[in-house]
Write a protein that binds this ligand. Sequence first.
Ligand code: ZN
Ligand code: ZN
Length: 340
Amino acid sequence: MLAWKKRKGQYGLVKTDCPIPKIKDTEVLVKVLATGICGTDFGIYKGYREVADGLTPGHEFIGEIVELGKDVAGYQVGDLVVPSIIQKCGTCPACIDGFEAQCENLREIGIHIDGSFAEYTAVPAVTLHKVGKDMDLKTGASIEPVAVAYSAVKKAEQFIPGKDVLIYGPGAIGLYTAQIAKIAGAGTILLAGTGADIERLALAKENYGVETINIEAEDIEAKMRDCFKHGKADLIFEATGVAQIIGDMLSKLRPHGELILVGVYHDSSEVNFLYAGRGELTIKGTFCYTLSEFESAIKLVEMGKINFDGIVDTIELENLDEGFEKTMSKQSIKIVAYHQ
Ligand SMILES: [Zn+2]
Ligand SMILES: [Zn+2]
């Protein structure tokens, strides 16, 4: 079968022809029908996110079960499934506390075990979620990042209705976060991006009715005075993954405001905490989702509450490397790869 693999020390991924994986008793074999490229995959592709030599990345996907391990119950061959990325151990302190995403022995599909940039993937049955047979494939492959955004919005300690929300980063996660914050009843939502994001900002403005700003061309302080009730944000979602801009964000919050870090940060950054202390701000991280949040995200998508128009472009799995280059250069927001 066709599988893309990471070779240590080498830029990009290598297209290989390898055997269909053999499943363990607790796993299922899934025929990958569509798979999305995530920001985490950029790190693997470029090499700053280290993974095992020979790993097949890919964790945003929808597929059809073609074989069941002998200990697997509750699923049938032919079921359409969307696996959540996290496989918890179930026995460590974090698991016992109910925080599976912080499991000390966390194994993530496409990071610690082979993922979906292949025709078939063997995944632990415990990560599976069934979806309706009529699920559109492009949409199904996009549920995982929707779940990330859903969990981020749920992290807000403030009751969101009526609150003014600033979101940095109009990538797929930022665009889903904007939509979910809106569903949750946010007051004004201001989505911030740079000159390279102009088309995405226009899309968000038109499709979700949010305010937008190109921070390279406009003054964000003036814009906030213009569109937020109290001139500053009650809540900020940081969805760029750029650590260096976090310090600056604290000054954009009202006293008792919250900054929620949705990005995955590989760099360190200098932060002046003056505003954080005086304003009694809350800074919160978010990572993946709980399994129940993943189920809620599926429901939101199945109910047609998330608008995917203009977000997802498609490509053949064979040309996955082109998809990477297109998303990394911001020609596409999100690429979903199919295999015929
Ligand atoms: Zn992802
Ligand atoms: Zn654990």
